[in-house]
Design a protein around this ligand. Structure first.
Ligand SMILES: Cc1cc2nc3c(=O)[nH]c(=O)nc-3n(C[C@H](O)[C@H](O)[C@H](O)COP(=O)(O)OP(=O)(O)OC[C@H]3O[C@@H](n4cnc5c(N)ncnc54)[C@H](O)[C@@H]3O)c2cc1C
Ligand SMILES: NC(=O)c1ccc[n+]([C@@H]2O[C@H](COP(=O)([O-])OP(=O)(O)OC[C@H]3O[C@@H](n4cnc5c(N)ncnc54)[C@H](OP(=O)(O)O)[C@@H]3O)[C@@H](O)[C@H]2O)c1
Length: 411
């Protein structure tokens, strides 16, 4: 009566395979912030057989959309959790990263394979207009898609508010785009990267990441905006799996080969992540009898009672003589103090480290923080040498080229 086909494990995810991502079991997921205002998670995963990493590498995480977001899509297109589809290829293209010819739920397709929250492009909005007959909705969409007046309507009403195709579909129910048309216009889900915050010398078969959870009132003015990957990671409990892969750091973001070389680390907020790995590694090297050069760490957070992440660990590293820890509190006493201010205040010690061949590492926000930290180093150079701005810029450029000023930054 029956023929049983035995299959090995759950259905493969071709998108994960395309990125070399593998299922990694979550071992620990805990809150690092001490006030219940924002959230930063410490997440540890077990490394699958054959996967290794180095201090300073990144973990690429292939996230899934939240159930709430997926339910919004299903509602908009009139599907429910029991709707299943089968995808067939009708031509070349990205379809190779999708589960072809397999039966899968619409829910699974929408959850794992496409980006749902990216800002709608003018081209996408024009496609929505093409699929709209309603005499009121069509011109409204065409106005948003138009390039008139330097695309003013689009810039102000879509881009600035970061409104997605889904937001527009909800706002304009008369648009008759099909689910197929919708999926075709969306980008495939992309991995997000996290700086690894552990060292393989301490934990070769597991690694940790440190994730700031993006969750705040949406720029559009309605509801809460939740980042896809940071929310996904934050909700993965111990025992569940994350699809992820280790990505080697190409920027030379690793401890110097000679442990006796001085280092200066600058990492406010989650920019601290790789330096936790660096400090773990320094402890092991010292235990092995190696002579360590001096290390300074400039960390910054809002308030000692809120977001001083890894506080006890950092204090212990400092107490054990593994690092000279300087912490800038930006919301403690009404006066903003940032890492760059502490670099200036500790100018003599920083300059002495630089003269002794120190490597400078900066991690975290590349939009404002890093340029301002760079400016603080330039200012220190001018102060110590009496030279002008052009000379300080040339000095920093040379420093960067010789990999003595190394970055792991993101916008
Ligand atoms: C090399 C590298 C290393 C990194 N290391 C770390 C790390 O160690 N720790 C860490 O936490 N992050 C790190 N990041 C950042 C991380 O990769 C993700 O970008 C971050 O977690 C946000 O991803 P998400 O999927 O949660 O948000 P997404 O869903 O991608 O959303 C982010 C987008 O939403 C927009 N947005 C933000 N707030 C709102 C709002 N209120 N309303 C509307 N739109 C909004 C932003 O402008 C941004 O375009 C790193 C990035 C890189 C490139
Ligand atoms: N961690 C979270 O819970 C959370 C939640 C939602 C979104 N996010 C977003 O995720 C990103 C990273 O968050 P994070 O936790 O790593 O860092 P963060 O909390 O945004 O910042 C860390 C510290 O750096 C300070 N800072 C701000 N601008 C700076 C600058 N130009 N130069 C030097 N220091 C500066 C901050 O001060 P001030 O903030 O006082 O100016 C704070 O003290 C940010 O974009 C943040 O908005 C984080």
């Amino acid at each position: 009566m029956y023929e049983l086909e035995f299959v090995s494990g759950p259905q493969p995810n071709p998108l994960a395979a395309a990125h070399g991502a593998r299922g990694m079991f979550v071992l620990e997921n805990r809150e690092l912030q001490t006030a219940d205002v924002r959230s930063t998670r410490h997440v540890e995963v077990a490394l699958p057989e054959g996967t290794t990493y180095r201090t300073g590498d990144h973990l690429g995480v292939l996230p899934s959309n939240s159930s709430a977001l997926v339910d919004r899509v299903l509602r908009r297109f009139g599907f429910d959790a029991t709707s299943y589809v089968r995808l067939h290829s009708t031509g070349p293209g990205r379809i190779a990263s999708l589960p072809l010819d397999a039966t899968l739920s619409v829910r699974r397709l929408v959850m794992h394979y496409v980006e749902l929250q990216q800002v709608a492009t003018r081209k996408q909005i024009a496609t929505l207009a093409e699929h709209t007959r309603c005499p009121n909705t069509k011109p409204a969409l065409l106005r948003l898609a138009s390039g008139d007046d330097d695309a003013k309507a689009y810039r102000e009403e879509v881009k600035a508010k970061r409104r997605s195709v889904l937001d527009l579909l909800d706002q304009y129910p008369a648009c008759e785009l099909t689910l197929q048309g919708y999926l075709e216009m969306l980008p495939l889900m992309t991995p997000r990267y996290y700086s690894i915050s552990s060292s393989p010398l301490v934990s070769p078969d597991r690694l940790s990441i440190t994730v700031a959870v993006v969750r705040e009132p949406a720029y559009a003015g309605e509801g809460i905006y939740e980042g896809i990957a940071s929310t996904h990671v934050s909700r993965r409990e111990a025992g569940t799996r994350l699809f992820a892969f280790v990505k080697e750091s190409k920027s030379g973001f690793a401890l110097p080969e000679d442990p006796a070389k001085p280092i200066v680390m600058v990492g406010p907020g989650t920019g601290l992540a790789p330096f936790r790995g660096f400090l773990q590694e320094r402890r092991v090297l010292r235990d092995q009898g190696k002579t360590l050069g001096p290390a300074m760490l400039f960390f910054g957070c809002r308030h000692p009672d809120q977001d001083f992440i890894y506080r006890e660990e950092l204090q212990k590293f400092a107490d054990d003589g593994l690092v000279d820890l300087k912490v800038a509190f930006s919301r403690l006493d009404g006066k903003k103090t940032y890492v760059q201010d502490l670099i200036a205040q500790n100018g003599d010690a920083v300059w002495s480290a630089l003269e002794n061949g120190a490597i400078v590492y900066v991690c975290g926000d590349g939009g404002k923080m890093e340029p301002q930290v760079r400016a603080a180093f330039a200012e220190l150079y001018r102060l110590k040498t009496g030279k002008d701005e052009a000379a300080s810029t040339a000095w920093l450029n040379d420093f960067t080229e010789r990999r003595r000023y190394v970055l792991d930054v993101w916008a």
